[in-house]
Design a protein around this ligand. Structure first.
Ligand code: ZN
Length: 108
């Protein structure tokens, strides 16, 4: 069963969205510089840069953050946590909290 989250910033319910950390452009840039060095200066210069590019790329894919799909902030709490329950009550869930979570399940 998926964990349901609520955003403490915008109070949107969701299952959370995965966001890759780091910059894709920077990774591409590092690979570009590595290849550039390889062509112009030879492997002695290119290898350290290519190693950095490789480590950075692996780190980027390995470290994913869970973010709110509505506002993009990483301020998600589980709806089952005390804070999450408070927010679901005040964010229009109220007594309808159970239905609200079921709606979320159907939608997600
Ligand atoms: Zn949000």
């Amino acid at each position: 069963m998926k964990t349901q989250y609520i955003c403490t910033s915008c109070h949107s319910p969701s299952y959370g969205a995965e966001k890759t950390r780091g910059s894709g452009k920077l990774a591409v840039g590092l690979w570009g510089v590595g290849l550039f060095f390889l062509l112009l200066l030879g492997p002695l210069w290119a290898i350290p840069v290519l190693i950095i590019a490789l480590v950075y790329t692996i780190w980027m894919f390995a470290s994913k953050a869970l973010i709110c799909p509505s506002c993009g902030k990483p301020d998600l709490v589980s709806t089952d946590s005390p804070v999450g329950m408070e927010i679901t009550k005040s964010a229009g869930g109220g007594d309808d909290r159970e239905n609200w979570i079921k709606e979320l399940e159907r939608g997600g």
